[in-house]
Design a protein around this ligand. Sequence first.
Ligand SMILES: Nc1nc2c(c(=O)[nH]1)N[C@H]1C(S)=C(S)[C@@H](COP(=O)(O)OP(=O)(O)OC[C@H]3O[C@@H](n4cnc5c(=O)[nH]c(N)nc54)[C@H](O)[C@@H]3O)O[C@H]1N2
Ligand SMILES: Nc1nc2c(c(=O)[nH]1)N[C@H]1C(S)=C(S)[C@@H](COP(=O)(O)OP(=O)(O)OC[C@H]3O[C@@H](n4cnc5c(=O)[nH]c(N)nc54)[C@H](O)[C@@H]3O)O[C@H]1N2
Ligand SMILES: [Mo]
Length: 808
Amino acid sequence: MTNHWVDIKNADVILIMGGNAAEAHPCGFKWVTEAKAHNKARLIVVDPRFTRSASIADVYVPIRTGTDIAFLGGVISYLLANDKIQHEYVKSYTDFSFIVREDFAFEDGLFSGYDAEKRFYDKSTWDYERGDDGYVKTDPTLAHPRCVYNLMKAHYARYTPEMVERICGTPRDKFLKVCEMMASTATPTRAMTIMYALGWTQHSIGSQNVRSGAMVQLLLGNIGVAGGGMNALRGHSNIQGLTDLGLLSNSLPGYLTLPGEAEQDYQKYIESRSPKPLRPNQLSYWQNYPKFHVSLMKAWWGNAATAENNWAYDYLPKLDKPYDMLQMYELMTQGKINGYIAQGFNPLAAAPNKNKVLRAFSSLKFMVIMDPLATETSEFWRNAGESNDVESAKIQTEVFRLPTTCFAEENGALVNSSRWLQWHWQGADPPGEARSDIEIMSALWLRMRKMYQTEGGKYPDPIVNLTWPYAVPHSPTPEELAKEYSGRAITDLVDPKDSTKVIRKAGEQLDSFGQLQADGSTSSGCWIFCGAWTQAGNQMAKRDSSDPTGIGQTLNWAWAWPANRRVLYNRASCDVSGKPFNPDRKLIAWNGKSWTGFDTPDYKLDEDPAHGMGPFIMQPEGVARFFARANMVEGPFPEHYEPFENPLGRNLLHKSQQAVSNPAARVFKGDWEQFGKADAFPHMATTYRLTEHFHFWTKHARINAVLQPQQFVEIGEDLAKQVGVKAGDRVKVSSMRGYIKAVALVTKRIKPFVIDGKPVHLVGVPLHWGFTGLTKPGFITNTLTPFVGDGNTQTPEFKSFMVKVERA
Ligand SMILES: Nc1nc2c(c(=O)[nH]1)N[C@H]1C(S)=C(S)[C@@H](COP(=O)(O)OP(=O)(O)OC[C@H]3O[C@@H](n4cnc5c(=O)[nH]c(N)nc54)[C@H](O)[C@@H]3O)O[C@H]1N2
Ligand SMILES: Nc1nc2c(c(=O)[nH]1)N[C@H]1C(S)=C(S)[C@@H](COP(=O)(O)OP(=O)(O)OC[C@H]3O[C@@H](n4cnc5c(=O)[nH]c(N)nc54)[C@H](O)[C@@H]3O)O[C@H]1N2
Ligand SMILES: [Mo]
């Protein structure tokens, strides 16, 4: 989230699109009802299904799955055509006036630089034009035909309300009603918040769905302000912490990144990640990258990381490709991986194309499961019988199960969607032989180190030199680990302005990442968490909920990264001179000498607005980008591409059909034949959660199993009639990859769509079922889903695919 849960109550308009907060985030959803009750907020829900979120909406609008860019492109076009934009904001805080290179082009669905064979773009033309001074050229009059404003206007001119209706199946009048409501927040004193989750991300074009939403918010001046923002409703209670700590194959903690194979040179690695400002007087905060990176390497390798060995740069793996879950399962099916550790993860149920995953696991020599429960994955060999590619008897994989504790049985911090690190305390003792994840991982690591120490190995240095400064080596405490990721001084830290003054003595906890150094004198395991545990103690354990402003800025409740900032880019809540756009919802303000207010400003407190530093300090431009430059794999402007399985078979926006679906999404060779076509699989399908279950684990809990005892799929009344079933009958739902059987729930909440003039039906498939636990055994929903990843994130297309429904 750019903002935070409580801040939703400040919104004037709320858009829930690509998520269903009432059912998947019922506690957070209360801030929507607060906004409606106390702020007269208007709620818009855009979802293929009429959900519980929709049930209290002022306007509910249906949309075909996988077509949100067509919809939002239509909104962008409407806002530009009707001049419903916040002028001062857009002019000063975005790249509207920046001029794009002459050789950049977009034609009939493809941007310049496409290599069809590699399904890959050479992105060198996706950039701004530079002047002789090295800075980007701009045209503040917006007359230049290649300024971002004009390129964007031309790009989205194709997204008319008629086109939105044909592609999305959203009636024109409803679409225009939504545009008007959004446009009402283009004034400085009104704000719209966007709440989204998997309905936007789980698509082959997921990242660009999110970008489209952000572009709408920038046009309306809704980023950085109270009641505004782009608010990703995160999933598992600590999934925000997972990405923050870099637990993705290509990440390092704090959104630093691992080097690629071509980046053997340390200096080049650092330079490419700490770009110089692209405009005068801008900060380009990532120029501090070396401080964060060196402090991380010191936290990991201590004395072994020295200036002479480039802070142990050689210890970091250099990636040839991302090793996300789809990549891993693909490599397993190719026989290139022998062993697998699944820690708190149930991929047989959770990953797409279950039969492919089953084949992948069957080719392993061993698998280690760390989980408090027996899961579908820990018993994957039992999954014989109907709708399976592999026979039980043929599976040779040896499975080790290591029972773990769960979060309630230990101390620790969970990072919520608001970026708050909230400390929690153990509530119960673990049962039986369960051990914490920390203990299990430590025990494995200590044995591995011993083997490297005694037996050697190809490159033992990164393993044997890892620092392990914990009092009990086989059981580091959560408190020790928290202090380590926050960070400490290694040698006395002196005041840069007065070298006789020591700010922090060697060994002391640091106050913030502003103190981190690139010379090896500080360590921090995750720079954005620096300050979570200071000399004053554990900031995450703070529980003072006082709210002096009444707008929910509870700065003494827990601790938010970065620097306890509650609303990111809060500088943008003020005009150029530093005066709040909306005095009633003031976050910060410039008082002539200093920034003051109710949030941590992005700037040094004495950064005078007269210098013209932009609010988006992480960007070398200092402003937000409509034109994403080379940051996205499929293009600098979001373009509508069809889901890989879709009812149309073509892209209505393009003449030639060279790019029906995302030309830069990742598809492995063998998976192309596994996509189905609408003639054999005429019904659209999407998958989602039920309030009564949490993924695949609560079916082990009696109360939940009683509430939702059996697998079902939701179909509309028309489709039920067409296939000849009534409520309670069993249906078979097949895709190109397999089938499931389940009870039919016939509902008025799903209506047929009219897509380009023809009716298309949607089937809703809840995801919670499997063959372990106390519910009636069911089929794994992901038997149906396709194996294709968004090219930026590799997130699978769980939300839009084609099936056939028939009587079982
Ligand atoms: N009770 C419960 N709560 C949970 C979870 C749980 O298992 N149970 N899981 C947690 C986790 S890990 C996560 S990630 C979050 C997920 O939170 P959500 O993403 O809100 O959960 P989903 O149920 O997957 O809902 C997605 C919604 O998007 C809609 N949708 C599908 N396709 C599209 C599309 O193309 N466009 C648009 N606009 N909408 C679409 C679906 O109809 C559905 O209503 O929930 C968390 N909360
Ligand atoms: N078709 C379809 N598929 C989807 C989705 C979808 O919307 N549609 N959503 C996707 C999303 S967003 C998610 S997050 C995944 C969820 O997929 P998973 O994360 O694989 O599902 P969970 O059932 O939450 O599995 C978590 C496991 O962690 C265990 N666990 C709990 N506490 C601890 C602990 O402290 N330590 C350890 N080691 N284990 C613990 C639980 O017992 C459980 O078995 O599913 C994905 N798959
Ligand atoms: Mo999730």
